[in-house]
Design a protein around this ligand. Structure first.
Ligand code: FES
Length: 71
């Protein structure tokens, strides 16, 4: 789904940006220019960002091989 029509940014691209470390709207704006033209996408982009961050918080963190066998 296209979130930002002005800059052709999809929800998938926002999810990718979150995986790469984006964690706030100012960071998303700086990274993808979301909301920097007409601004109509701001609310939707914020919702997608929040959902991505919540999903990330719920995902189990990977256990490093050394940690798993160190005990
Ligand atoms: S739709 Fe995102 S700035 Fe216009």
């Amino acid at each position: 789904m296209i979130v930002c029509v002005c800059h052709n940014v999809s929800d998938r691209r926002i999810r990718q940006a979150v995986r790469e470390g984006v964690s706030s709207m100012p960071e998303l704006r700086a990274e993808l220019s979301v909301g920097t033209c007409c601004g109509k996408c701001h609310s939707c982009a914020k919702t997608v960002l929040r959902e991505c961050l919540e999903e990330g918080a719920r995902e189990p963190q990977p256990v490093l091989f050394q940690q798993a066998f160190a005990a």
